[in-house]
Design a protein around this ligand. Structure first.
Ligand code: AP5
Ligand code: MG
Length: 208
């Protein structure tokens, strides 16, 4: 099964992709994680992507599409996958249709106010990518999976977050209609009270 997780920044795509990928036993491909990996490794793509990411803008379509195509060609991606954060523009979605058959698009709908709060408290593990929130019971500054010291993402500064939300509404939200017309859209309403466990249960129910 090939799934897309679609939603605003901070809507929980990464959190839910990790849980559902374990449940379905398929890998997740996050274009955001891949681009941050390129930045860490100092590649030419990372150099080009960094200024866009730090400003809260999208990385140009041609760079992201070719990076994704290359990764999809590897053997571990042939038996189903979750795309987290791709596609993000109509052009990306149209191109994706030419090389991958998508079964369902899980749209995580979260109010903008909740997003700003979520991003302010997000901490991530620089080594294994696990995501936490400072408000969670038992929150610790070290990763519970691998022990590394957690960091705040560069693009989680409040002014960058507001820009990312506005970019989402302008460039990515049109995909909701695009996939509705294809009959693939499943919208999960994530109100402020829905815990990650509760949201995962809703996604699993929708997929069964
Ligand atoms: P990317 O890394 O994809 O960032 P994003 O879409 O902005 O989304 P986030 O990773 O910030 O949030 P998320 O939805 O994964 O939420 P999370 O689970 O962490 O992309 C970064 C940048 O790369 C982009 O801005 C762009 O520049 C570039 N890029 C990437 N893909 C691209 C593409 N296809 N084209 C062009 N450019 C591209 O959750 C957020 C927080 O909330 C966490 O702290 C989490 O613990 C908490 N949380 C999660 N669920 C809940 C819940 N139910 N209740 C309470 N808290 C929760
Ligand atoms: Mg993410």
């Amino acid at each position: 099964m090939n799934l897309i997780f679609l939603g605003a920044p901070g809507s929980g795509k990464g959190t839910q992709a990790a849980r559902i990928s374990e449940w379905l036993n398929i890998p997740t491909l996050s274009t955001g994680d891949m681009l941050r990996g390129h930045i860490r490794q100092g590649t030419e793509l990372g150099r080009q992507a960094k200024e866009h990411i730090d400003a809260g803008r999208l990385v140009p379509d041609e760079l992201v599409v070719s990076m994704l195509k290359e990764r999809l060609a590897l053997p571990d991606m042939q038996n189903g996958l979750i795309l987290d954060g791709f596609p993000r523009t109509l052009q990306q979605a149209e191109e994706l249709d030419t090389f991958l058959q998508i079964d369902h698009v899980i749209h995580l709908e979260v109010p903008d106010e909740a997003i700003v709060w979520r991003m302010a408290g997000r901490r991530v593990c620089p080594d294994c990518g696990a995501t936490y929130h400072t408000s969670w019971t038992g929150f610790s500054e070290n990763c519970q999976k691998c022990g590394a010291k957690l960091i705040t993402r560069n693009d989680d500064k409040p002014e960058t977050v507001l820009n990312r939300i506005s970019v989402y509404h302008k460039q990515t939200a049109p995909l909701i209609d695009f996939y509705k017309k294809q009959g693939k859209l499943v919208t999960i309403e994530c109100d402020a009270k829905g815990t990650p466990e509760h949201i995962s249960a809703l996604i699993k129910k929708a997929l069964q």
